[in-house]
Design a protein around this ligand. Structure first.
Ligand code: ATP
Ligand code: MG
Length: 137
């Protein structure tokens, strides 16, 4: 089994969609093996999205990610990384397939409801940024 890191973003927590998104996650046979609701600090958000620091939308992205609570999660399952990317749908909800989280819930390419790791290396780094080993069960 593989693990991936997920964030339910502020646009989704604001609309009380945590449970609805978790239902889609669980229906896709991903198990939520760690979860907490937190307010990211600016430093945490900047560190988390450091790979995008040169992109024109970086400032907007960090401001958005600290605009309200997020739910950080570890998901476990068969091919969890690819499975969750599929369940999330395309970054821009206009391009997201029917039934995906972003098609169902995202407001825009920026406020797109969820994050999911895009590689095993990223998953390992991202999980370690937010969870101790004994918090994942
Ligand atoms: P994530 O990394 O959050 O799972 P992703 O891998 O689908 O999303 P990335 O290209 O890694 O997409 O972009 C990271 C995040 O930056 C996006 O989820 C979105 O919130 C924001 N973003 C990406 N492109 C744009 C854009 N053109 N304008 C505004 N925000 C954007
Ligand atoms: Mg990404």
């Amino acid at each position: 089994l593989e693990r991936t890191f997920s964030i339910i973003k502020p646009d989704a927590t604001e609309r009380n969609l945590t449970g609805a998104i978790n239902a889609v996650i669980e229906k896709a046979s991903l198990r939520i093996v760690a979860q907490k609701r937190i307010l990211l600090t600016r430093a945490q958000a900047e560190q988390f999205y450091a790979v995008h620091s040169a992109r024109p939308f970086f400032g907007e992205l960090v401001d958005f990610m600290i605009s309200g609570p997020v739910v950080v999660q570890v998901l476990e399952g068969e091919d969890a990384i690819a499975t969750y990317r599929e369940v999330m749908g395309a970054t821009n909800p206009e391009n997201a397939a029917e039934g995906t989280i972003r098609k169902l819930f995202a407001k825009s390419v920026g406020e797109n409801s969820v994050h999911g790791s895009d590689s095993p290396e990223a998953a390992q780094v991202e999980i370690a940024q937010f969870f101790a080993g004994n918090e994942i069960v």
